[in-house]
Design a protein around this ligand. Structure first.
Ligand code: BGC
Length: 763
């Protein structure tokens, strides 16, 4: 419906009706106001499946929801680095939402993985905002192509579960702009989500649900958002402030409490009614967008989606380690010679707890999938552990060790139990259950061929890493994860996922370690922009597995890195291409990663940042060219002096490779900034800063030179060595120009110096 028509409807509504429209009618619906023809609409979680509750609603996945299909969670889909695939998953979600009459799917969840401990990391995509933004945009485009909205969440700075409703995240502006905002920015600009969900927490003292800066200035004015902003469930504190800031819809219903507050504030003249009108207009814009494009023919084909879920999951699996043990030639094995050990072989862990929890149509574990593939007789199973509590069951352990001993190879299905990671609380440590670690150690003592298959939403420590030959990371791969695991283990599918986050050796290595989850209601993001590999790689730290890491059953060779120009201005774009060849014996896909480095900079920057990626699928011997386009933003940092992105003049490096630590080709380009940063001189400006600027140098240079001559004359003949000369140079470079008064032989006075400084500031 056109905006003008919507405005007409709003103009016919009473103040009370408009206030009512600004919050839900219940847990999941927007209000219906029949008198003016406004229909109700339903929203539902999200993100990796539908949690539509027909009966009593709750936001923690406690009560029942309809039977739906659980796709791989965000942690897994990001590991695919495959925007086309995520787009198709979005389409499937959109189609089923249409069939279930849902106007908005509450996702994607794109908060940055600041700490491996965040309880909701399994729903989130990455430690890298570029990757998170691209995957989110693909998801949104997919869902919305079916005329169903999305709600990108949780905007903003909701990077922990501890005290999520009250915590005040202290984040400096550059860090917000470079790390925490860009995933939302990319998604809003590229995919136009119909709605945005404001988070529970505060940022720098202000509730995000009451922040005009985030909800209007940045979201609407800078990025062009045109949908409605809804609160996370229970995130509203001061409703009137929220309306002023741009929070259109409160969820769930306040049952009239806030409606009254809105009405009273308008009547008392404290709240401009036009702002209430605007909120209603924003909500109706989406309600009608959905209603008018309702697809009555949509079907929720659960069986087909279950199969598709397995197809997605296999593209998300990351092969972390392979000492020649994988794939397993099941066909060639004698009966009973492959030991599948661990409860998760039968009943996998494939989703997390809380509002994203799906009532599944079907669940396929690896044993079931192996049977479906005809390998039933090859496999023997031992449960090995229970995941209800972290306690070794000696009988299960002994049985597992015996089973492993008698086999050719032992595949241990391990990972984090439900209680270890969930919405509403954070992990306390990064370890797997002790009973599972012990199982792996004990099995490795009797069986040299051990493969560990992991089920987890975020990194774990691996004390047994050197005792096993293979590690397969399944993340939380959705309800058909067993099929995907079997396809990878058997080599029917060549794994191609890459880590969307660094696996540190230990928790204490993480940059947020000292400041997570904060003190009381305050958490300071003191590591600033140094999140994930931006920190580990800049510090040259040893890690368990670096960002972007993932192995294949084939090899890829990189060659012919080309840049379209060697020098460019910040208004140009640069095309980068690289040839990738499958130099091994089986078909496979490679995720080619492009990083940009600014080795010499006036500001502190990470050693490299991801600015492009491409998935290339190749037959053995085949070569394809991956092409990337870089613009100013790929080179820029956020400059708070100008409140904008700034790419400094200078030489940059383009790094292309298979992970952040496996760079295969490099090229250099020179960039020229079209604008200089504003400078303001005072008598405290240093000589070295002044001498960098031609205009300032022309005014100050002669005085400096005179001073230098003076210095040379007085120090001549004293047998100064080169170290002393260097010291003199440094003293001069870092001295404030007011030192002309102290060391200028009386030739300079304050008024004269200030006059020069004033001229330096006039351009
Ligand atoms: C979660 C949201 C979710 C909402 C509705 C909240 O507790 O933070 O992600 O969409 O509940 O279930």
């Amino acid at each position: 419906m056109e905006r003008a028509k919507i405005r007409e409807i709003v103009s016919k509504m009473t103040l009370e009706e408009k206030a009512r429209m600004c919050s839900g009618s219940d847990f999941w619906h927007t209000e219906e106001i029949e008198r003016v023809g406004i229909p109700a609409s339903m929203v539902s979680d999200g993100p990796h499946g539908l949690r539509k509750q027909d009966m009593e609603g709750d936001h923690l996945g406690v009560n029942d929801s309809i039977v739906a299909v659980c796709f791989p969670a965000g942690c897994a889909t990001a590991a695919s680095f495959d925007t086309e695939l995520v787009g198709k998953m979005g389409q499937a979600l959109g189609e089923s939402a249409q069939a279930e009459d849902l106007s908005v799917v509450l996702g994607p969840a794109v908060n940055i993985k600041r700490s491996p401990l965040c309880g909701r990391n399994f729903e989130y995509y990455s430690e890298d905002p570029y990757l998170a933004g691209k995957i989110a945009a693909a998801y949104i485009n997919g869902v919305q192509s079916k005329n169903v909205g999305t709600s990108i969440k949780h905007y903003l700075g909701n990077n922990q579960e501890t005290r999520r409703l009250t915590v005040d995240a202290k984040i400096d502006e550059r860090t917000l702009r470079e790390i925490y905002l860009p995933a939302f920015e990319e998604a809003v600009k590229e995919a136009k989500p119909w709605t945005v969900m404001a988070s529970y927490n505060k940022i720098n003292g202000e509730h995000t649900s009451e922040s005009r800066k985030f909800l209007t200035d940045i979201l609407r004015d800078e990025w062009g958002f045109d949908g409605y902003v809804m609160s996370d469930w229970g995130a509203v504190c001061n409703r009137v402030e929220g309306i002023r800031a741009g929070l259109d819809l409160e969820m769930p219903s306040s049952k009239g409490v806030r409606d009254k507050q809105i009405v009273e504030a308008v009547q008392k003249g404290e709240l401009d009614e036009a702002l209430v009108d605007l909120a209603v207009e924003n909500i109706l814009n989406i309600v009608f967008r959905y209603k008018e494009s309702k697809d009555a023919s949509a079907v929720f084909d659960r069986k087909a989606q279950h199969e598709f879920s397995g197809e997605i999951a296999k593209q998300c699996i990351v092969l972390l380690k392979n000492d020649g043990i994988l794939p397993i030639a099941f066909e060639e094995k004698q009966a009973g010679k492959v030991a599948f050990i661990g409860k998760y072989a039968k009943t996998p862990r494939f989703q997390g707890g809380g509002s994203s929890h799906i009532t599944c149509f079907d669940v396929t574990g690896a044993i079931q999938a192996a049977e479906d593939m005809g390998f039933k007789d090859k496999i023997v199973y031992a449960q090995g552990y229970d995941d209800k509590e972290d306690k070794t069951d000696e009988a299960l352990l002994a049985e597992a060790v015996e089973t492993a001993k008698a086999a050719d190879v032992a595949v241990i299905f391990a990972g984090l139990p439900d209680a270890f990671e969930s919405e509403a609380y954070d992990r306390q440590h990064m370890r797997m259950p002790d009973c599972q670690n012990r199982l792996i150690e004990e099995v490795a003592k009797v069986q040299p061929n051990v493969i560990v298959v992991l089920h987890n939403g975020s990194p774990v420590e691996m004390p047994w890493i050197d005792k096993v030959k293979g590690i397969v990371e399944s993340y939380l791969g959705g309800e058909n994860i067993g099929l995907a695991q079997m396809e990878v283990l058997s080599g029917r599918f060549n794994p191609c996922g890459k880590l969307p986050e660094t696996f540190p050796l230990k928790l204490a290595d993480n940059p947020s370690f000292l400041n997570f989850p904060g003190e009381g209601n305050v958490v300071e993001y003191r590591e600033g922009i140094f999140v994930g590999y931006r920190y580990y790689d800049t510090k040259e730290m040893e890690v368990l597995f670096p960002f972007g890491h993932g192995l294949s059953y084939t090899e890829f060779a990189y060659a012919n890195l080309k840049v379209s120009k060697d020098s460019l201005s910040d208004t140009d774009t640069l095309t980068v291409s690289v040839d990738v060849t499958n130099s091994g014996k089986v078909a496979g896909s490679e995720i080619v990663q492009l990083y940009v480095a600014d080795p010499v900079s006036d500001v502190i920057r990470p050693v490299k940042e991801l600015k492009g990626f491409a998935k290339v699928t190749l037959e053995p011997g085949e070569t394809k060219t991956a092409t990337f386009t870089l613009d100013k933003r790929a080179f820029a940092y956020y400059e708070t002096k100008i409140n904008d992105w700034y790419a400094e003049s200078g030489e940059y490096e383009i790094l292309v490779g298979a992970s952040s630590r496996d760079i295969r080709c490099r090229a250099k380009v020179k960039l020229t900034a079209s604008k200089k940063l504003p400078v303001f001189y005072t008598i405290d400006s240093t000589f070295c800063d002044v001498m960098k600027d031609e205009h300032a140098k022309s005014l100050m240079g002669p005085i400096i030179e005179a001073g230098r001559m003076e210095e040379v004359n007085t120090t001549q003949g004293e047998g100064l060595g080169s170290a002393a000369e260097e010291m003199n140079e440094a003293m001069l470079a870092f001295a404030p120009i007011r030192n002309c008064l102290s060391f200028g032989n009386g030739s300079m006075d304050e008024a004269k110096l200030q006059a020069i400084v004033d001229k330096m500031n006039q351009r």
